[in-house]
Design a protein around this ligand. Sequence first.
Ligand code: NAP
Ligand code: F7E
Length: 330
Amino acid sequence: MAKRALITGITGQDGGHLAELLHKKDYKVYGIIRGQHNPKRIVVEQEQPYVNLIEADLTDGSSLVRAIETAQPEELYNLAAVSHVGYSFKNPQLTAEVTGKGVLNVLEAIRLSGGEKTIRFYQASTSEMFGGLDYNRPGKGYDEDALFHPRSPYGVAKLYGHWITKNYRESYGIHASCGILFNHEGPRRGLEFVTRKISNSVARIHLGKQDHIELGNLDSKRDWGYAGDYVDGMWRMLQQDEPGDYILATGETHSIGDFLELAFKEVGIDDWKPYVKQNPAFMRPAEVDILLGNPAKAESVLGWKRQVDFPGLVKMMVQYDLGIETKRST
Ligand code: NAP
Ligand code: F7E
């Protein structure tokens, strides 16, 4: 019998990669889609026709109970969230409802449908919970025991999701694991995130469709990996006999300038500075200056290892955007 998995956030970057991975592993894949008219429905239906879509919303607990009753999953991956840090400052209450309380709604739906002992649960926790301030492990990066100090409404909401997941594990014995994932990117990344904004703009500049990029803070550094590698780590967490919390990261940190440099070099431009303008509109009220993760536990316990390195990631994204922008007329 094929295993059954339910994914919230199926229309997002990680949802797409995870659905693909589980389908290759012969799972029957269900995905939650929200909204009356979600334009992304047609994209999933065309590109991933094996996904069984169920209408539900993280803020509507009864819809989640019905989704679980329909999918009857052995594994439930909670990837849905208001996930853009800048947007979370502008919509903090929505962020708390979806990214924070939404996790409780999913866990309660598991209990209400009697799935405490039968459903394994994955929560998409994040390096944004650390906040970059207690960066006190030079050369090693944050591990699972590092202190949390979120710096955005998104990070604060995620910290609630993280702790309520641990609480339901301890209180009700749910096989619930949290993946504390550092930034992961790729061609499926939304255009509102800095890496994809850069790769797409570089392609458009190369093709003469755009003459510069407007960015906010250029000084921050991130531990950037490839999303396709990270969904494999999520799956591995749910295959363990015991639930737990794991960092997935590359163990390297790079600046936005490093990303710009490699992206522009990919189209033959050695000096990116004339093409980049700073726009305060993209600055945040509080910033996470530097993130670096230590994936040692995931590597030793899960046997997980990232496959794509930083130059490979930048190249993959720019080449993808060159392909789609060449086909697009505007
Ligand atoms: P993403 O591309 O922004 O996708 C977010 C998903 O959440 C979308 O499918 C979105 O649906 C869905 N969603 C938003 N509000 C919802 C609601 N009220 N009810 C149901 N679904 C809702 O995010 P991602 O990059 O794939 O990340 C996946 C998860 O990992 C997120 O929880 C994110 O916070 C977390 N995370 C991401 C990273 C990273 O670097 N990518 C790192 C650490 C943690 P619509 O398409 O309908 O908007
Ligand atoms: O910003 C700076 C920005 O929005 C990265 C989410 O997936 O990863 C992601 O959050 C950095 C920040 O990602 C622009 O200020 C400069 O310092 O690509 P980002 P993020 O904030 O790190 C974590 C781990 C998550 O969990 C989140 O869900 O780039 N930056 N100029 C800019 N950022 C954006 N978006 N746009 C700019 O124009």
